[in-house]
Design a protein around this ligand. Structure first.
Ligand SMILES: [Zn+2]
Ligand SMILES: [Zn+2]
Length: 251
């Protein structure tokens, strides 16, 4: 009974081994090892090798970092899993926030497209692009899962570059969409479009109409506050002293 986990482990190793490709040395053995040393010049193009090649390398006493192929599969799984979770969580969260404000975002973005000199982001466009990315990502994941199930180490290694790129695209293009979770974000983003934005007249768009109107009111209030604080500042600096002097003369 104590041996059972070990037996299971060796069965899996055997299964993985059976699926491996013949070694590029041409001596007819399947690859069993890989060199995990990033900058190894001898394994730049092909990291996999067989028992015979292993012996050759040991004889040469070159510094390589050898591991057996099951370790590579574990290593790559450990890199894909956090990315799959990160993308899934981000997409679910951002879609939820986007959909709850979709109507008003689309309305304001139409104005933003008509208007020159918009400083904010085109959230709707970015969300459409994220939808497409999500589809492509799922396609890559299904390929990854297929290669994991068939223990296809070379294909998984080739796909690893794609994993790095996918992660970069998420961080660069879509991570900012979590800002949609902040209540002021849509207002702040489209601030320059609110004043000239038309008010929806369709009775079916009552809640959109309300949102647009309340944004216009909010913008108006913030403009009045800004204007009055400017007036106060000017008054306190020079004009107030003059005013005081005038008052002294009168007294
Ligand atoms: Zn070989
Ligand atoms: Zn090497």
């Amino acid at each position: 009974m104590v041996d059972k986990p070990l037996n299971l482990k060796s069965t899996l190793s055997n299964k993985i081994q059976e699926q491996q490709a013949p070694c590029s040395c041409g001596r007819g053995e399947q690859v069993r090892y890989y060199c995990a040393q990033d900058t190894c010049p001898a394994h730049r193009d092909d990291i996999f090798f067989c028992d015979d090649c292993f012996s050759d390398l040991m004889m040469k006493r070159e510094p390589h970092f050898f591991l057996q192929i099951p370790h590579l599969l574990e290593d790559l799984k450990g890199k894909w899993m956090p990315l799959i979770e990160k993308e899934g969580h981000l997409y679910a969260q951002v879609s939820g926030w986007y959909n709850s404000q979709k109507e008003v975002i689309e309305w304001l973005e139409r104005q933003a497209e008509r208007q020159a000199g918009v400083s904010g982001r085109f959230i709707r466009k970015d969300m459409l692009s994220f939808d497409q990315f999500h589809e492509e990502f799922r396609h890559q994941i299904s390929q990854y899962e297929e290669h994991i199930q068939t223990f296809n180490a070379p294909r998984l290694m080739a796909l690893n570059q794609k994993r790095i790129q996918l992660n970069e695209v998420i961080d660069r293009d879509y991570q900012y969409l979590t800002e949609l979770g902040k209540p002021e974000y849509v207002f702040d983003n489209y601030k320059s479009c609110i004043q000239n934005c038309p008010i929806p007249t369709d009775p079916e768009q009552a809640s959109l109409r309300e949102s647009v109107l309340s944004m216009k009111v909010k913008l108006g209030k913030s403009n009045i506050e800004k204007a009055s604080s400017m007036v106060r500042r000017q008054y306190t600096s020079e004009e107030l002293i003059e005013e005081m002097n005038n008052l002294k003369h009168i007294v």
